[in-house]
Design a protein around this ligand. Structure first.
Ligand SMILES: Cc1cc2nc3c(=O)[nH]c(=O)nc-3n(C[C@H](O)[C@H](O)[C@H](O)COP(=O)(O)OP(=O)(O)OC[C@H]3O[C@@H](n4cnc5c(N)ncnc54)[C@H](O)[C@@H]3O)c2cc1C
Length: 572
C-alpha cells in the first residue's frame, strides 16, 4: 500500500520547468526523481505555448541595454507592474542568449523567411514562433521528454504528489499517489522542486487541464510558504466558445507572425469593437481586450460565455494559411478562419500570482523547498521563462543536495497523510456526489463569483457558496468504485480538497485588493491606485488561519507614471 523512495532532489511536475530542472540536476551527477500527475511533457500547459517572447536578436546589438529596456517595459505592463523586474531582466537575458541556441542545437528550428531572417511579429518583433506545424510548446516538450528519458532520469508518470513532508519546518520530501498501482509513495529528498504549473482549472471555462487544480499552491501553503497576488487571475477573451474541449483554441490579440495585423473582435450585432492595433505599443493586449468586452457585455451586445466573434477576414488569407497553425485545427471543426467569424467566450487563463519565491535562487522561504515555473509568483506565462526558473532552481537545489545528508522523516505526518488519502476510497453514500460533480460545483461557483467583474458582495457570496460545498456537499462525496488501480475518481476526490482551499484563498486575496489593475477588476473599486496598491498581496498560514498583508513592489527599472487613474483608461 505504501512504498519508500529516496532521491537527492525530488521534482514535482513534468512541464518545461520541471524537465529543465531535472536535466540540469542530472548533469550535476545527482539522483533525481520526477513525479508527474499526467505524462512527462504531455501534461500541464507547456504544450500549448505558441508565440515565444524575447526573440533571439540577430542584430549586432543583441542583448544590449536598449533591447533589454524595450523588453522590460513590455514585461512590466504585461505583469501590471507587479512582476519582479530584476528576475524579469535575468530571465530575458537567458531567453535571448541561451534559450533559442539551446533548442536549435537540439534540432528545433524557429521559423525563418526565405532570406534566413527570423519570422517575428511586426512592428516590435517581440515574439517569434518555433515550429512550422502546431504549437512551439509541443515540439519543445517532445525534445525535453526524449532527453530526460534518454538520460535515464527516473520518472513516475500518473503519480500525483499529495503533500509535502516536513521535519522541524524543513521540507524533506513528499507523499505521492501512484494511481496506476494504487500505492502511496513516501519520498525522501534533500531538496524538493515544486514545478506543478498554473492553477487555472478552477473555473468552468478554462484553458487549463485537470492538472491545474492548484495542488502546488495548497501543498506549499500548508507547510508555511507565502502565497502572492492570487487575486491576479488572467482571462483569455478570444478562446473558441464551443465545443468546450477546444477552449485552448485561441485567436490571439497579438500581432500575427510576419505581420503587424491582429484579430478583430465583433459584438452580437456584428459591429467591430476591438483590435490590438488600437494599442500599437502593446504586444499582448489581453487585458485591454477584456476592458472592451466588458463594455459590450454592459450594453447587452455580448455575453461572457459567447455572443461575440473574432475574425481574421481583414488579413491576406495567404498569411493565415502559411503562418497560423490554428487554421488546420479550425478546419477540423468546420471553420475557415480566413472567412468565418468564430464565436468566442471568456476563459480562466494563467495566474500572475502564485507561491512567493526569491527570483535569484527560486527558494520559497521554507527550507528545502524550491519553486520553478508557473506555480510560482514570478511568471505570468512564457515557456522560456519557466525554463529559466528550472535552471536556477536546479542550481540552488543542487547545491543543497550536494552538501546535506539524507534527512530524517516524521513518521507521524506520513501516517496522517496515509489516512487522508486512503480515507477517500469510499463508495458510500450511494445517493451522494461523485468527485467530478463536486469539482463542477466548485468551478461553477468560481465562474459565477470570481469572474472578471467582482465586488465585495459577489466575493462574499462566492465564499458562502464554497463553504456550502465544503459542509453540505463534500461529506456526501463518494467514489464510483473503490478499486485502487487507475481510479480517476480517487484523484478527483483529492483535487476537490485542493480546489476548495485554493478557490477560497483566491477570493480572500481578491477581497483584500481594493483597486482595479490589469486583468483584476473590482466594480466597487474601479481605480488603478498606484499610490496605495502598487504592492503585493501576501498570505500565509498562522495558527491554522490565513494571514494577509501587503508589501510594496520593487521597481528598479520602470514604473507607472500615474498615481491614480481610471482603470479603463490605462494600457496595463
Ligand atoms: C492555453 C495556453 C496557452 C499558452 N500560450 C503560451 C504562449 O503562446 N507562449 C508562451 O511562452 N507561454 C504560453 N503559455 C504559458 C506557458 O505554457 C506556461 O506558463 C508554462 O509552459 C508552464 O510551464 P510549467 O512547467 O510551469 O507548468 P506545466 O507545463 O503546466 O507543467 C505542470 C506539470 O506539473 C504536473 N503536476 C501538476 N500537479 C501535480 C502534482 N500534484 N503532482 C505531480 N505533478 C503535478 C502536471 O501534470 C504537469 O506535468 C500558455 C499557457 C496556456 C494554458
Amino acid at each position: 500500500m505504501t512504498k519508500m523512495l529516496d532521491a537527492d532532489v525530488l521534482i514535482i511536475g513534468g512541464g518545461a520547468a520541471g524537465t529543465k530542472a531535472a536535466l540540469e540536476l542530472h548533469e550535476q551527477g545527482l539522483k533525481v526523481l520526477m513525479v508527474v500527475k499526467g505524462f512527462l511533457g504531455r501534461s500541464g500547459c507547456s504544450i500549448f505555448a505558441t508565440n515565444l517572447l524575447a526573440t533571439p536578436d540577430e542584430s549586432p546589438q543583441a542583448g544590449t541595454e536598449e533591447q533589454i529596456h524595450r523588453q522590460m517595459d513590455f514585461l512590466a505592463k504585461y505583469t501590471h507592474y507587479l512582476g519582479d523586474q530584476e528576475y524579469l531582466k535575468q530571465a530575458t537575458l537567458y531567453n535571448i542568449r541561451e534559450f533559442f541556441p539551446w533548442l536549435e542545437e537540439r534540432g528545433l528550428y524557429v521559423r525563418r523567411m526565405p532570406d534566413g531572417t527570423l519570422i517575428k511579429n511586426l512592428p516590435k518583433g517581440l515574439q517569434t514562433w518555433a515550429p512550422k506545424m502546431g504549437t512551439s510548446g509541443t515540439v519543445i516538450m517532445d525534445i525535453l521528454r526524449k532527453e530526460v528519458l534518454r538520460k535515464g532520469i527516473k520518472v513516475l508518470e500518473e503519480t500525483t504528489a499529495t503533500s509535502l513532508l516536513t521535519n522541524d519546518g524543513t521540507v524533506v520530501g513528499a507523499t505521492a499517489l501512484d494511481y496506476r498501482n494504487g500505492e502511496l509513495l513516501i519520498i525522501r529528498a534533500k531538496a524538493t522542486i515544486l514545478a506543478s504549473g498554473h492553477s487555472n482549472y478552477l473555473s468552468l471555462r478554462s484553458t487549463g487541464t485537470r492538472d491545474g487544480s492548484a495542488s502546488g499552491w495548497v501543498m506549499a501553503y500548508r507547510v508555511g510558504a507565502t502565497l502572492q497576488n492570487l487575486e491576479m487571475q488572467w482571462y483569455h477573451v478570444s478562446d473558441i466558445a464551443r465545443p468546450r474541449a477546444w477552449m485552448r483554441l485561441h485567436l490571439y490579440p497579438n500581432p500575427l507572425p510576419a505581420t503587424a495585423e491582429r484579430a478583430h473582435l465583433h459584438n452580437t450585432d456584428g459591429e467591430f469593437f476591438f483590435s490590438g492595433n488600437m494599442y500599437p505599443d502593446n504586444a499582448a493586449p489581453y487585458y485591454m481586450q477584456l476592458k472592451h468586452l466588458y463594455k459590450e457585455v454592459q450594453r447587452g451586445k455580448a455575453r461572457w460565455d459567447g455572443g461575440y466573434y473574432t475574425s481574421y477576414r481583414h488579413i491576406d488569407p495567404k498569411v493565415i494559411e502559411k503562418f497560423i497553425y490554428q487554421s488546420q485545427f479550425y478546419k477540423k471543426l468546420g471553420y475557415d478562419v480566413t472567412r468565418d467569424m468564430i464565436e468566442c467566450g471568456l476563459t480562466y487563463h494563467m495566474n500572475v500570482g502564485g507561491i512567493r519565491v526569491n527570483g535569484q535562487t527560486m527558494e520559497s522561504g521554507v527550507p528545502g523547498l524550491f519553486i520553478a515555473g508557473s506555480v510560482g509568483a514570478l511568471v505570468t506565462g512564457g515557456l522560456p521563462n519557466v525554463m529559466y526558473d528550472g535552471r536556477v532552481a536546479a542550481r540552488y537545489a543542487g547545491e543543497r543536495a550536494h552538501c546535506l545528508p539524507s534527512p530524517e522523516m516524521n513518521s507521524k505526518q506520513v501516517q496522517v497523510e496515509e489516512a487522508r488519502v486512503f480515507g477517500q476510497l469510499r463508495t458510500e453514500p450511494r445517493e451522494g456526489y461523485l468527485p467530478a460533480q463536486v469539482k463542477r460545483q466548485i468551478r461553477e461557483t468560481m465562474w459565477k463569483y470570481m469572474g472578471y467583474v467582482k465586488s465585495e458582495a459577489t466575493l462574499n457570496e462566492g465564499l458562502r457558496q464554497l463553504q456550502r460545498v465544503r459542509t453540505e456537499v463534500v461529506p456526501k462525496m463518494r467514489l464510483g468504485s473503490d478499486t485502487r488501480r487507475f481510479n480517476y475518481d480517487w484523484v478527483d476526490a483529492l483535487d476537490v480538497a485542493d480546489m476548495l482551499e485554493a478557490c477560497e484563498l483566491q477570493m480572500c486575496f481578491s477581497l483584500h485588493r481594493k483597486e482595479s489593475r490589469g486583468a483584476f477588476y473590482r466594480e466597487d473599486y474601479p481605480i488603478t491606485d498606484n499610490e496605495h496598491w502598487l504592492c503585493h498581496v501576501l498570505g500565509h498560514q498562522e495558527d491554522g488561519r490565513l494571514k494577509i498583508e501587503t508589501k510594496p513592489v520593487d521597481l528598479p527599472y520602470t514604473k507607472p507614471k500615474e498615481r491614480q487613474a481610471d482603470f479603463f483608461a490605462l494600457d496595463y
